[in-house]
Design a protein around this ligand. Structure first.
Ligand SMILES: *Cc1c(COP(=O)(O)O)cnc(C)c1O
Length: 384
């Protein structure tokens, strides 16, 4: 399916709403029936029926069709946050006694899910360095039911060879799931590489304007139906119709925004690399990136988030640099119009800072939609 068709037409039955270009926000909790027979049929099959907005809603369904098509998946579910799009399917796929192999350094709340939440239900996990496929393979136990990936991750940009991991998993009957927030559907298509389930924080690139928190999960009709009919309806992580509408609007400009911030990240990382005060720059599409070959092989483009370290990595220098930024904002999250930084040290107690630990030194920057020159001038004065 062509990208232009997906973003501008797919799922939009305009004749049902006055031929309006922009779809309506169907802000309703429930739907009515004219006969008991129709009502009975809907109650008996909530997976397909427009009955109640915890399950189906017309505005949300437009979004689901577009998101499934973008990932090349059969179906999509949308959630009220990215972490719900990760936690709910995992609660569905795993049961007491099951085990998951998880890559090291995923999103912070994903770590907490596997370390704190799932053990309460007798589900265990082994974290491995996913750079080598053998590490993942060696961690597989007889009760392993899931391999959980995040490639690249969003602080240190570790990659896994998705095709190779998916092949091993398939040969052993193990499901694979990835957090694909960093690349999004335009720059990485994990389903085409054999991964079963793709989760994303739609709060980031898909929404794109820092005004909605949402998540998306895509996969086969069979797995998505299993999740919808059970954990999704039971836990109730549904998105509001208004948030779905914001995401549909965000999608219209996704290719433009991705292309723009990809170019800006390329310009800024190259500029940082030659700056005398900067030590390392980590970005998967940098020529010197240690997994550059794999990044080029499985990613069509690159997210616009990167990290760097200063030659003088004292906590004071990092703090002064970040405090001096005037236009680049300091905040969590990313994927919006505004450029952001977050230094690792913001999440570390001062007495725990280890100047020899390169993860502690990292300053993460997300390049938004401002002009590259404007951002570089801000970096320049703060580095000075
Ligand atoms: C933000 C983020 C999440 C969580 O998404 P929310 O929408 O904040 O719940 C998950 N994974 C990655 C990589 C993220 O950046």
């Amino acid at each position: 399916m062509e990208l232009s068709y997906i973003l501008n037409e797919l799922g939009e039955e305009r004749e049902n709403y006055f031929n309006a270009v922009s779809p309506p926000i169907i802000q309703t909790s429930n739907f009515t029936f004219k006969t008991v027979a129709d009502f009975r049929q809907a109650l008996g099959n909530e997976h397909d029926a427009m009955l109640y907005s915890r399950g189906h809603n017309p505005t949300i369904n437009i979004l689901r069709k577009k998101l499934a098509a973008l990932d090349g998946a059969e179906d999509a579910l949308v959630f009220s946050s990215g972490i719900a799009a990760i936690s709910v399917p995992i609660l569905s796929l795993l049961k007491q006694g099951d085990h998951a192999v998880v890559v090291e350094n995923p999103y912070s709340w994903t770590i907490k899910l596997f370390n704190n939440f799932l053990p309460k239900f007798g589900i265990s996990a082994t974290f491995v360095d996913g750079a080598e496929v053998e590490n993942i393979e060696n961690a597989i136990q007889p009760n392993t039911k899931l391999i959980y990936l995040e490639s690249p991750n969003t602080f240190s940009y570790e990659l896994q060879d998705l095709q190779a991991v998916a092949l091993i998993a398939k040969s052993k009957g193990i499901l694979t799931m990835i957090d694909n927030s960093y690349c999004g559907p335009l720059y990485q298509q994990p389903i085409s590489l054999g991964v079963d389930l793709v989760a994303q924080s739609a709060t980031k690139y898909l929404g794109g304007h820092s005004d909605v928190v949402a998540g998306v999960l895509t996969g086969s009709n069979e797995i998505i139906a299993q999740i919808f009919n059970n954990e999704f309806m039971n836990i109730g992580p549904s998105l509001s119709p208004h948030s779905a509408w914001l995401l549909i609007r965000g999608l219209r400009t996704l290719p433009l925004r991705m292309q723009r911030s990809f170019e800006t990240a390329k310009t800024i990382t190259a500029w940082l690399q030659q700056h005398p005060a900067v030590d390392q720059v980590l970005w998967p599409f940098s020529p010197g990136f240690k997994r550059a070959e794999l990044a080029q092989k499985q990613m069509k483009g690159c997210g616009s988030m990167f990290s760097f370290t200063l030659k003088d990595s004292s906590i004071q220098k990092i703090e002064t640099f970040c405090d001096k930024l005037q236009h680049i904002l300091m905040a969590v999250s990313w994927g919006g119009h505004e450029s952001l930084v977050i230094p690792s040290i913001a999440g570390i107690a001062k007495e725990d800072y280890d100047a020899g630990n390169s993860r502690h030194q990292l300053i993460r920057m997300y390049a938004g939609l401002e002009d590259a020159d404007y951002l570089i001038r801000d970096l320049e004065q703060a580095l000075a």
